[in-house]
Design a binder for this molecule. Structure first.
Ligand SMILES: [Zn+2]
Length: 340
């Protein structure tokens, strides 16, 4: 099969690789319907995380072609969606809805999902089957559910978004945009998108943003305060992961409000005294996408949400390197890789 290997920062190649096979009796093999590049794949691409001949990709949806002897719920032929951590979905932590911290967690796409086939561990706990074989037009949205939608959704849930609340979203990448979609679905009254890119602002509005703030840092915080009678937002979704975005999120939140942080943190350090006097709740981390998958799949199946719109560039798998480049240069919000 063909699959993406990142040899070193900036060096992405599509190579002929061994097809994955069942290793543990709880594994499943999936033929991917399509693949995608995640904003977090850009960290190693830019040299901000170590990478050395690494199989890439952790967002996946497709058809199960083989199962291990102990897989009971997932069947060959099921169309499934999974997420970036495999989980048993039976331990206490999973039952509490934190499958990304499952006591048996392991990478959900260890063999790399930017490829034709994938081995998924703990298939019964990790994978969720769709009600039937999806129409091709639903595949981008199902793929989005696998990570960026689930992550944006968790950001909104962690920020305690709900009816009557004002929500601010820091970050206009796919996760931030889908955080807006989630906030809308969860009943937020007002949704402020922080974005300075016209095309992303348009999608933000389509997904439910009521206001756009282009300013960043101190000015961005001042603008949010101005829009909220000087108080700050009830809920802020942080979907970037830098020092600037994290501080912007905390400072834009009113006392007693909630920050849901889902941007993978890179070199962020918080000042204890500043945090003490902020009076805000902080919750976040790697999103337990598995918790939300059944509901998200149903919303997509019923065509109530269209998260697949975040894919604004589609390329064949063999052109993955061009896809990385386009996302790195911010020419694309998110890239869908077709597999044929
Ligand atoms: Zn578990």
């Amino acid at each position: 099969m063909r699959g993406v290997i990142m040899h070193a920062p900036g060096d992405v190649r599509v190579e002929e690789r061994e097809n994955p096979t069942i290793v543990e009796p709880t594994d499943a093999i999936v033929r991917l319907a399509a693949s995608s590049i995640c904003g977090s794949d850009l960290w190693p691409y830019r040299g901000a995380e170590p990478v050395d001949h690494t199989p890439m990709g952790h967002e996946y949806a497709g058809v199960v072609t083989e199962i291990g002897a102990e897989v009971k719920k997932i069947k060959v032929g099921d169309f499934i969606v999974g997420s970036f951590f495999a989980s048993d979905n039976t331990c206490e932590i999973c039952h509490a809805g934190y499958q990304t911290f499952c006591i048996h967690r392991q990478p959900g796409a260890a063999t790399g999902a930017q490829s034709e086939f994938l081995r998924v561990p703990l298939a019964d706990g990790t994978l969720v089957a769709t009600p039937g074989q999806p129409d091709p037009e639903l595949i981008p949205s199902l793929l989005a559910a696998s990570d960026v939608l689930g992550t944006g959704w968790f950001g909104a849930v962690a920020a305690e978004v709900g009816p009557g609340k004002t929500v601010a979203v820091v970050g206009d990448g796919a996760v931030g945009l889908l955080g807006i979609l989630a906030a809308r679905q969860l009943g937020a009254e007002r949704i402020i998108a922080m974005s300075r890119h016209t095309d992303r602002q348009a999608l933000a509005r389509e997904y439910g943003a009521t206001d756009i703030v282009e300013e960043r840092g101190d000015e961005g915080v001042a603008k949010i305060k101005e829009l909220t009678d000087g108080l700050g937002a009830h809920s802020v979704i942080e979907a970037v992961g830098t020092q600037e975005s994290m501080m912007q999120a905390i400072r834009a939140t009113r006392a007693g409000g909630h920050v849901g942080y889902v941007g993978v943190s890179h070199d962020v350090s918080l000042d204890g005294l500043g945090l003490f006097f902020s009076g805000v709740h902080l919750h976040g981390g790697p999103a337990p996408v598995r918790r939300f998958l059944p509901d998200l799949i149903q919303l997509i199946w019923d065509r109530k949400i269209d998260p697949g719109k975040v894919f604004d560039l589609t390329l064949p798998l063999v052109q993955a390197a061009e896809g990385y480049q386009a996302m790195d240069e911010r020419r694309a919000i998110k890239v869908l890789l077709t597999i044929d």
